[in-house]
Design a protein around this ligand. Structure first.
Ligand code: GLC
Ligand code: CA
Length: 569
């Protein structure tokens, strides 16, 4: 039994903490450096727990800190049951779990089951073993085609660019078999039909559960099982493009058709794996949870991952690509809430993460981008379900601009620079204005930090009007308004729904429960709106930008602004 499972107080145990949780994603390498080597580490995270607590979140999700050659930001794991030296040690991880629990913060860790780093002992053993050996059977090794075997076993493309196959040298030094990697060539896909693979992951889950973690974020959860692995795909390049969110020039029909059957994603077999995992989670005390990173098509298939006996949550990435546009947002919200309600799972909302541009950047950057992003965040924080916040989102950071010679993301290299990759969102956190590297490190940060971030630094954002304060206020108010409703601490079922209020074009408005109304103005114009009669005595509880007023049944709503209106209790 772990010594320090988070104690649940009586009101907590009445509800499932994760259903409405605000979960803060820490990308450890970019959070806080404790030893001056320019890279964040676990002791750095511990030193900032008071900051994380002050945000008002329920849990921390830590991106991978396991032993890794770090070819893909630690998502290339060479030992999932140890801590990479750059991040510290196992005892640092234990200390982090324990300290976070003392703060009342839960800890969710990443698990990366689709692939192992090619530096993992299993892969090294496979390289030294002959074709057909048990060591090779843990991965997808096949002979090549053509007389010399120099054509890959099929024509699949890596999601990161280039072929999904790499040829190895056999022990005799001659070109030999090929192995599959849906991502970087340093990330060899595991064969999930192999029992040793299954057992090893169960061991890893138990390892961290016993250390007291409260849950797992499952990387590429839809990718584990592969079909038709020796067949060519009719259009592999098209498929890779269709899988990318930022490619918009592909005709809809073509995209739909390609995504309707991806031989390496969302195969039936993945569900059996998660049913097994669920039994493991449930066998531990405390409320352990899991969230799937699974990109599936059509989106309604997402609900299959959160059936009662499978995972607890699945990331909903609609908002990750959403424009600040009322009709788009309304249909995404409707669709999501409708789909999850069918299986009784909570919705999730994600505005950005370590794989996507930062929200302010995506919405155009600068003052206007920041204004839209604040409005979008307040909208998101008012929706039923769980929210995920990527470190620095609460500061209103933009992507850092990275000179090409400083880029690290394998996406940049595999596409020969055609895709700049994801480094921009991974720039370290500015903690203190005026200090070198904003106090992130006393050394040289692993990615350059922009000049001119003083005003965005944590210690500069003390005023009531700051971006950071808006997040703190909305997270605190969200908890008060929607989560712990009623003295017995039970979630009120009526708060799980929203009802739309008729509103002009470009405006989103809904009620949630009896005492809450939200208005979002996605247009560039200031609007004067008439409130429903029953809302005459509602007042503005929170506004994403200054200048909003509610009086005598009229709402004065500035451009690109969200307001929360609260009624008398
Ligand atoms: C997930 C991770 C991403 C990583 C990829 C391969 O999408 O979020 O960062 O590159 O999986 O593991
Ligand atoms: Ca460090």
């Amino acid at each position: 039994m772990p010594s320090h499972i988070l104690k649940e107080n009586s009101s907590d145990s009445a509800r499932l903490w994760w259903r409405e949780a605000a979960i803060y994603q820490v990308y450890p390498r970019s959070f806080q450096d404790s030893n001056g080597d320019g890279e964040g580490d676990l002791l750095g995270v511990i030193s900032k727990l008071d900051y994380i607590k002050s945000l008002g979140v329920d849990a921390i999700w830590l991106s991978p800190f396991y032993t890794s050659p770090n070819k893909d930001g630690g998502y290339d794991v060479s030992n999932p049951r140890d801590v990479d030296r750059r991040f510290g040690s196992i005892s640092d991880a234990e200390a982090l779990i324990e300290s976070a629990h003392k703060y009342g913060l839960r800890i969710i860790v990443d698990i990366v089951p689709n692939h192992f780093s090619t530096e993992h002992v299993w892969f090294q053993e496979a390289l030294k073993s002959p074709p057909g050996s048990t060591a090779r059977a843990r991965f997808h090794f096949y002979d090549g085609r053509g007389v010399n075997g120099d054509i890959p076993p099929n024509n699949w493309c890596s999601i990161f660019g280039g072929s999904a196959w790499t040829r190895i040298k056999e022990i005799d030094g001659k070109p030999g078999q090929w192995y599959l990697h849906l991502f970087d060539s340093s990330q060899a896909d595991l064969n999930w039909e192999n029992n040793e693979v299954k057992r090893d992951f169960e061991k890893t889950l138990r390892f961290w559960l016993e250390k007291g973690v409260d849950g797992f974020r499952i990387d590429v959860a839809h990718g584990l099982v592969k079909d038709k692995i020796l067949q060519d795909h009719r259009d592999p390049e098209g498929l890779t493009r269709a899988l990318r969110l930022d490619v918009s020039d592909m005709p809809r029909d073509e995209r739909e058709s390609l995504l309707s059957d991806v031989p390496f994603f969302d195969r039936e077999g993945v569900h059996e794996i998660y049913r097994n995992w669920r039994r493991i989670f449930d066998s531990y005390s405390g409320q352990r949870m899991s969230v799937a990173e699974a990109w599936v098509h059509p989106s309604s298939r997402a609900t299959r991952y959160v059936r009662e006996d499978e995972l607890h949550q699945i990331f909903n990435f609609d908002f990750l690509i959403a424009e600040w546009d009322a009709s788009f947002l309304k249909s995404a919200i409707d669709r999501t809430l409708h789909e999850v309600s069918a299986v009784g799972a909570p919705a999730t909302w994600v505005l950005c993460n370590h794989d996507s541009p930062r929200l302010v950047t995506r919405l155009g950057g600068g003052e206007l981008g920041s204004k839209k992003a604040r409005a979008m965040a307040l909208l998101t924080h008012a929706l039923p379900g769980g929210i995920y916040i990527f470190q620095g989102e609460e500061l209103g950071l933009e992507d850092g601009s990275i000179p090409d010679h400083r880029r690290q993301d394998p996406v940049y290299f595999r596409t020969h620079g055609a895709d700049k990759g994801r480094d921009g969102a991974r720039v370290p956190i500015p903690w203190s204005a005026g200090l070198p590297h904003y106090g992130f490190t006393s050394g040289e940060p692993w990615l350059p930090m922009p000049e001119g971030w003083d005003a965005l630094a944590v210690n500069s954002q003390n005023s009531a009007e700051s971006y950071l304060e808006l997040y703190k206020k909305s997270l605190a108010m969200r908890r008060k308004l929607f989560t712990l409703n009623g003295s017995e601490g039970k979630t009120d079922q009526r708060l799980q729904k929203i009802s739309w209020i008729d509103s002009p074009r470009g405006v989103l408005a809904f009620r949630r429960g009896e005492h809450f109304i939200l208005y979002s103005n996605t247009t560039g114009q200031h609007l004067d709106l008439t409130l429903e009669e029953s809302a005459n005595d509602f007042t503005i509880a929170l506004s994403s930008s200054p200048g909003a007023r509610a009086d005598g049944g009229l709402l004065h709503l500035p451009d690109h602004t969200t307001v929360w209106l609260a009624g008398p209790r």
